[in-house]
Every structure is written in structure tokens, then in C-alpha cells.
Design a protein around this ligand. Structure first.
Ligand SMILES: [Zn+2]
Ligand SMILES: [Zn+2]
Length: 133
């Protein structure tokens, strides 16, 4: 990378338009675009997952998903459902054997309180029957 590349990169990071860069660096717009193309090959360009803004991240450095904290917060707020879905577990009810979704509890055994009571009652009755006979 020569010094012109570095100048273009620093202006680019400041979100300056191609036209303004061309004016400041006293080169043509096409030349600026060429420098940017070189820089794209040199660096990894990423897009903010919230606003779609292009971000520059230098190769080898940790990749960023969002351009700023505001965007990160906005994205997480808008995707609460997606985030929460991770806490659902598909379980088989120990009583009725039907599959059910357990929210946030991967050790859940019953699909409903009803099944919980029923299953416990059966178990206890079996227990008592055994003892009685
Ligand atoms: Zn953003
Ligand atoms: Zn059940």
C-alpha cells in the first residue's frame, strides 16, 4: 500500500463520498474508485447487520457485525424473538408421550400441569398398590 492508499482508506473510514475524496486528494473520481477497489482486495469489507452500512475491518482483526453500539442494540431489540427461540427445547411428555416445546427449561418432563399431576398420581398409586398387596 502506498501513501495514497492510506489517505483514501482514512477518508473512507470517515465515510467521505468518492467525489469529496477526489476533490481533497486532487485526483479523479475514477482514480479514487480504483484505490477503493484495491483496498477492498486488501481489506475485508463488511456490512452492518442493522443499517447495512459498509464497514472496514482490517484482515486478521476481529470481525464486527455492527457499525456502532446503537446499531447493535437496535438489532438485538428487533430480533428478540430469534434470540428467545434458542431457549425452546423440544421434549417428549413423560405422561402422554406427546412432543411439546419447553421454554427455557431443558429438563421439563411434562407438556402440561395436568400431565404432571396425572403421571405423579399414577406413580404414587402404583407405589401404594405395591405396598398394599
Ligand atoms: Zn449500523
Ligand atoms: Zn402430556
Amino acid at each position: 500500500m502506498d501513501s495514497m492508499h492510506n489517505k483514501v482508506l482514512s477518508l473512507y473510514k470517515n465515510k467521505m463520498s468518492v467525489e469529496d475524496m477526489a476533490f481533497i486528494l486532487e485526483i479523479s473520481v475514477a482514480a479514487v474508485e480504483n484505490y477503493i477497489k484495491d483496498l477492498e482486495e486488501e481489506n475485508e469489507f463488511q456490512y452492518c447487520e442493522n443499517c447495512g452500512k459498509r464497514m472496514v475491518s482490517i484482515k486478521g482483526k476481529k470481525k464486527k457485525r455492527f457499525c456502532c453500539d446503537k446499531c447493535r442494540n437496535e438489532w438485538w431489540n428487533a430480533h428478540q424473538d430469534q434470540v428467545n427461540k434458542r431457549a425452546y427445547y423440544v421434549k417428549t411428555c413423560a405422561c402422554c408421550r406427546r412432543k411439546f416445546l419447553s421454554y427455557g427449561n431443558k429438563n421439563a418432563k411434562y407438556c402440561s400441569h395436568e400431565c404432571y399431576i396425572k403421571h405423579r398420581y399414577h406413580r404414587e398409586r402404583r407405589h401404594y398398590e405395591k405396598r398394599d398387596y
